[in-house]
Design a protein around this ligand. Structure first.
Ligand code: C5P
Length: 222
């Protein structure tokens, strides 16, 4: 068995991180949640009142920051300048601002090179929006995961309930649709399915079914 790179892309709430974590654990690979990195710098920008439109200031802020991902029992912990920000980067404030920050080329450049370094070590499952198209274009397995916006909102609703975050289905559908639009229509590496990616619609799949399908595809390539 050899180690491979698995790239999982798709819109918000398609189940990427949940499924990527399971796949990584089953294969003994490293899981890397790239969205968490964009969330961490967005959190810091909000904290420091840096304008989300100021690309140069954001890029400078990112240069002066350390973002670390640490494997943990339930997936991954995120540290920003040594502080555990795993929970605060999931708040509505960060979620509704992150796409603005992630649209800047100067931010993406730094993120992509950091992510490529993280992936260099060996077997890796990385999820995000531009993994197959920009971060790991040579990945042995590329999956584009999606689901209907209603189903994705329903999952986020249940997820939020567990985290103690208040939300309504209506506002979640709106937020997800807006984030999809911003991520898909931005100029720099927009969310798009890579030509050689396999499309996986998870609308009617359970988490285990989706994970098994990716594991099957991975094993074919190992
Ligand atoms: O995956 P998650 O929903 O946590 O990602 C948060 C946001 O980060 C996305 O909506 C997108 O704007 C940005 N992102 C990105 N490229 C990635 C991962 C996330 O632009 N590879």
């Amino acid at each position: 068995n050899k180690t491979i790179q698995i790239a999982i892309d798709g819109p918000a709430g398609a189940g990427k991180s949940t499924i990527a974590k399971i796949v990584a654990e089953q294969l003994g690979f490293t899981y890397i949640d790239t969205g968490a990195m964009y969330r961490a710098i967005t959190y810091k920008a909000l904290q420091q009142n840096v304008s989300l439109a100021d690309e140069a200031a954001l890029a400078e802020l990112l240069k002066l920051s350390t973002i670390e991902l640490q494997p943990s029992e339930n997936g991954q912990l995120v540290f920003l300048d040594g502080e555990n920000v795993s929970d605060v980067i999931r708040t509505n404030d960060v979620t509704s601002s992150v796409s603005q920050v992630a649209a800047h080329g100067a931010i993406r450049e730094q993120m992509v090179s950091a992510q490529q370094q993280l992936a260099a070590a060996g077997g890796v499952v990385m999820d995000g929006r531009d993994i197959a198209t920009h971060v790991l274009p040579q990945a042995e397995l590329k999956v584009f995961m999606s689901a209907t916006v209603e189903e994705r909102a329903r999952r986020r609703f249940i997820d939020n309930e567990k985290r103690g975050i208040d939300s309504t289905m209506e506002s979640l559908i709106e937020d997800i649709a807006l984030r999809d639009k911003l991520d898909s229509e931005r100029e720099v590496s927009p969310l798009v399915q890579a030509d050689d990616a396999i499309y996986l619609d998870t609308t009617t799949l359970t988490i285990d079914e989706a994970a098994l399908e990716i594991l099957r595809l991975a094993k074919e390539r190992m």
